[in-house]
Design a protein around this ligand. Structure first.
Ligand code: NDP
Length: 340
């Protein structure tokens, strides 16, 4: 049972060498009387929040968020097949998505599995992305927190990633004007040519983000879907319309810094009556059936598309995971452990 182990707590940017892939053993029979579920992991999800779990916890600061333990396997979202089940909700052969360990086979409590997969006529890896946690993040962050209206102007950062590519498409479905920023030309092309963004730019090539935003939003921004924080947030704060909304989804530019960057323009929130609101996707999982009802037909009709970056083999897991912090991924980063 190959596993991905954290070698040591991480400071700064994570590196491949912070992880080891090791061989271990696991019994493929359920222990007598167990109400857990034995699963074969198929696809593992690489997500930015996993960076937080690599940091040495201090006191009670990290209560409630996952923490990895050096010399133990890391964990995250994944898609799996049930091998044996001691729990009445699951049976052998079921496909599931939920929280699992980075290894080939896992014994997990049923409560860790978010749900059984009922629609398997889409790529199964989609349940780590568009039909999983990142998809729900885009849906909840855009529709539940942003109060979007037709004709409004929307800006999305990390716009080609797992969450961002969907936010842009949801904004277009709502009839908004949407602009995205990303870190390479290839990603900017995807934004405009695949995801339907009206405009897109490479933030690494913009010496003045404020000027770039003024160019794309001469009348200002109604909704900023915040994925990166730092300098981008500061520039956005000076380009907002009255009653703008900022769903604060993530701030990936800050996750590897030992000291957070300051934000200078927060006072702009006042006169513009801006709503800035953080959220955590798990608070919205009760909307998952509604999300599937909304999205599945759109996937099947080609009205919503999804780009994935799939690394083959658990051995390539560490490189794939650390790659999301340098923008190496194009689209949703997945690790394929097995295909069925
Ligand atoms: P992505 O698929 O977008 O991958 C991360 C991307 O972030 C990279 O490809 C890179 O793209 C960009 N990035 C990395 N470092 C920086 C930096 N210093 N400045 C700007 N961009 C950077 O990730 P996700 O779509 O999965 O996640 C997007 C955001 O959503 C993250 O902040 C994440 O934490 C957050 N999130 C929040 C959730 C919640 O419940 N609140 C749930 C899920 C995600 P590029 O080449 O464009 O730089």
């Amino acid at each position: 049972n190959k596993q991905v182990i954290l070698s040591n707590y991480v400071t700064g940017f994570p590196k491949e060498s912070d992880f080891n892939v090791v061989e271990s053993t696991i019994s493929l029979e359920l222990p007598e009387g167990s109400n857990n579920v034995l699963i074969k992991n198929l696809y593992l999800s690489c997500d930015p929040y996993m960076r937080g779990a690599m940091t040495k916890p201090e006191g009670s600061e990290r209560k409630g968020s996952p923490t990895y333990v050096p010399a133990s396997p890391i964990a995250g979202y994944g898609v799996a097949k049930v091998i044996e089940s001691g729990h009445s909700n699951y049976k052998k052969g079921d496909l599931v998505w939920g929280f699992t360990t980075w290894e080939e086979y896992s014994l997990v409590p049923a409560a860790q599995l978010v749900t059984k997969i009922e629609n398997s006529d889409v790529p199964l890896s989609y349940y780590t992305g568009i039909l999983g946690m990142p998809g729900m993040t885009a849906y909840a962050g855009f529709f539940e927190l942003s109060s979007p209206k037709e004709g409004e102007t929307v800006f999305v950062s990390a716009a080609s990633g797992a969450v961002g590519q969907l936010v842009g498409q949801f904004a277009k479905l709502t009839g908004c004007y949407v602009v995205g920023s990303a870190g390479t030309k290839e990603k900017v092309d995807l934004l405009k040519n695949k995801f339907g963004y009206d405009e897109a730019f490479n933030y690494k090539e913009e010496p003045d983000l404020d000027a770039a935003l003024k160019r794309y939003f001469p009348q200002g921004i109604d909704i900023y879907f915040e994925n990166v924080g730092g300098k981008t947030l500061d520039a956005v704060l000076s380009n907002l319309k009255v009653h703008a909304r900022i769903p604060v989804c993530g701030m990936i530019s800050q996750y590897n810094l030992t000291e957070q960057e300051g934000v200078k323009n927060l006072s702009k929130l006042i006169y513009n009556r801006v709503r800035l609101q953080g959220f955590i996707v798990t608070d919205y999982y009760h909307l998952y059936p509604k999300y599937l009802e909304f999205l599945l037909p759109k996937i099947k009709e080609g009205k919503v598309v999804y780009v994935e970056d799939i690394a083959e083999g658990i051995e390539n897991g560490p490189a794939a995971l650390v790659g999301i912090f340098s923008g190496r991924n194009v689209g949703k980063q997945v690790v394929a452990v097995a295909h069925e």
